[in-house]
Design a protein around this ligand. Structure first.
Ligand SMILES: [Zn+2]
Length: 320
């Protein structure tokens, strides 16, 4: 089996959806008594990879009961509509505040076109298919789903976006965390462990809500974190404390330079985030040079700067 599919413990398989590059975004298949749930879809372009993974795991398409997405950003949920066509018995589980964008993806489409441009949209995301509303389910906070008796719990976790939820798997004490517990790439792992950093993506990022969500999830005392970006890692309280610290530092950084012009702000934010990242990469003994690590992280840094700027604008509007 290729490294695109990795079997973890407790009937969980991680699928690399090859969004932008290998090792950046994943999807998880949870199997119990030959029944399955898919968590995260990747972009629509990844649908053949997901179907291929099901075939390799000998799971009939009819046995997929649910597609669950942590939020409606297209690297997490872009494939949901097309997958519903391919998986006849599956329903789409999505946060109540995100479901309208799955049923009518015109807003998602417009903003993706703005960010990517038409050509890159096609090459990176592949398209967007509406989800029929009668096949969507909007779980409440702490609502349960049973997969052949295996309990999965939806937990609403605003912060990265208001329409963000995570899925708690009691059997493995694992959290399918979407972007609520940060991003961590395996090629940056050092002898001192992984480098985990926040995803402060536009346009709904809120640092205070992010920290509250992190605390709520760490109180569950999980054993594993199944990150969408990228891969499953061991839970470690120190990592969570440091994630909180980075969020506070990011927000402070943004707040301190709020009077600057937008271009100055963006440059200073980027420099500040780079410095915070560099300190951590050095502390874990990351095997890559900082220049190499910067190539891995540059896209996320840019997005984080945009999200922080957006958060600041919103605060200023609120303060009048
Ligand atoms: Zn994401």
């Amino acid at each position: 089996m290729s490294i695109d599919i990795k079997d973890l413990e407790h009937g969980i398989t991680r699928i690399d959806v090859h969004y932008i590059r290998p090792g950046l975004a994943g999807s998880y298949l949870v199997v119990e008594q030959n029944r399955a749930v898919l968590i995260e879809t990747g972009p629509q372009l990844a649908v053949p990879r997901i179907l291929d993974a099901l075939a390799k795991k000998s799971i009939p398409r009819e046995n997929v009961e649910a597609i669950m997405v942590t939020h409606v950003h297209l690297d997490h949920a872009g494939g949901a509509g097309l997958l519903l066509e391919k998986l006849p018995n599956a329903k789409l589980y999505v946060h109540p505040k995100g479901v309208k964008h799955m049923i009518d993806p015109s807003k998602l489409l417009a903003s993706a076109m703005m960010v990517y441009g038409e050509e890159r949209f096609g090459k990176t995301l592949g398209g967007l298919t509406p989800a029929p509303s009668h096949r969507t389910v909007t779980p409440a906070d702490e609502e349960r789903f049973f997969l052949a008796g295996r309990e999965l719990v939806f937990i609403h976790t605003p912060g990265h976006a208001i329409h963000h939820l995570v899925i708690w798997d009691a059997k493995s004490r694992g959290i399918f965390s979407g972007d609520a517990l940060g991003i961590s790439y395996r090629e940056l792992d050092g002898p001192g462990g992984p480098f985990l950093f926040p995803a402060t993506t536009p346009i709904q990022f809120n640092p205070k809500a992010s920290v509250e969500s992190i605390r709520r999830l760490t109180a569950l005392k999980p054993h594993r974190l199944h990150l969408t970006h990228f891969d499953s890692i061991d839970f470690n309280q120190t990592l969570m404390d440091d994630l909180e610290r980075q969020l506070q530092d990011y927000a402070q950084l943004a707040w301190d330079i709020r009077a600057d012009t937008l271009s100055d702000k963006s440059v200073r934010l980027l420099e500040g985030i780079k410095t915070l990242s560099r300190e951590r990469l050095e502390a874990i003994g990351c095997p890559k040079t900082f220049l190499e690590s910067s190539q891995v992280l540059s896209m996320d840094w840019e997005i984080n700067v945009q999200g922080l700027n957006h958060w600041l604008d919103q605060i200023e509007r609120e303060l009048g």
